[in-house]
Design a protein around this ligand. Sequence first.
Ligand code: ASP
Length: 342
Amino acid sequence: MTNIPNILLIYTGGTIGMVKHHKSNALRAFNFDQITQKIPELKLLNCNIQTISFITPIDSSNMDTKYWVQIAEIVESYYDQMDGFVILSGTDTMSYTSSAISFMFENLNKPIIFTGSQLPIGDLRTDAKENLITAIQIASTFKNGKPVISEVCLYFEYKLYRANRTTKISAEQFDAFHSPNFPQLGESGVHLNFNKRVLKEIVQKKKLIVRKNVDANIVILKLFPGIQENVVQCILDIKNLQGVILETYGAGNAPTSKWFIDLLQSAIKKNIPIVNVTQCISGSVNLGHYETSSQLKRIGLIDGRDITTESAVAKLIYLIGVNIPKGDLKKIFETSLRGEME
Ligand code: ASP
């Protein structure tokens, strides 16, 4: 690092840089240059900020794996020149995107901080300024010449989270994200405090690997009482289906009906991995704890333990893209790769 950290600010879109359309009143993305004009305070920060924007910024509801790759390519191409990265994104799918980036970067040794806002930067009551300024400060925090953060994080409303542990919990409150199964990595108050006990450590001398092959031919199947055989069958018969995230009840429980177990089993036999994640906001799958999950364990469902659905989606898309032998996928999924599960 030089004396002053070099930070790359990447704008992908989202409310933070949106304005109201004069006729329809609907929010849509505008030119990124106006973001830096709107926050002259950025010049006061003790770092050099370089900015780069998607040519056409997107509402994150239009997020797609091709944009994950685009973000990864930008970070990769600036990785050696920059000391840290701040990625501005819409909040709607920020947990998915940031989780995906966490998997795509192996041996990451620099901070990648995602943030955004609930109100546009030009709004009088905006939360954008604090989120953006503090995210940049976090990315610029160094101790003994090393970054304090060396992983993919999400900063929002005074809290710093491990990105792949987050979920969006509110469409209304400024406090829009939560990390139900993992402590915060830091908090911004009078001081910027980091929870050193849980921060990822720098990986010494290992070369950065960026994996950009992703395959999104997967489905989330959420159980509900009364779910019908023909529905489950149709979903598992989807052409070219590569994997399933099964959102089960409580500690990973599901109906014990023969038709249901048989359908899951025949999908697994066809090499379609099925990951068991809980519908609960917090807590963990505990396969075999109840009779209603013993069969799932027996037929070979992948144990998603305390992973969020967002992170499970990103991890499965990533692992399928990496093209590991099908027989190894269960074992690798059940291993914590980037601190995304216990
Ligand atoms: N719809 C917006 C988006 O995700 C919401 C936001 O930015 O907070 O892009």
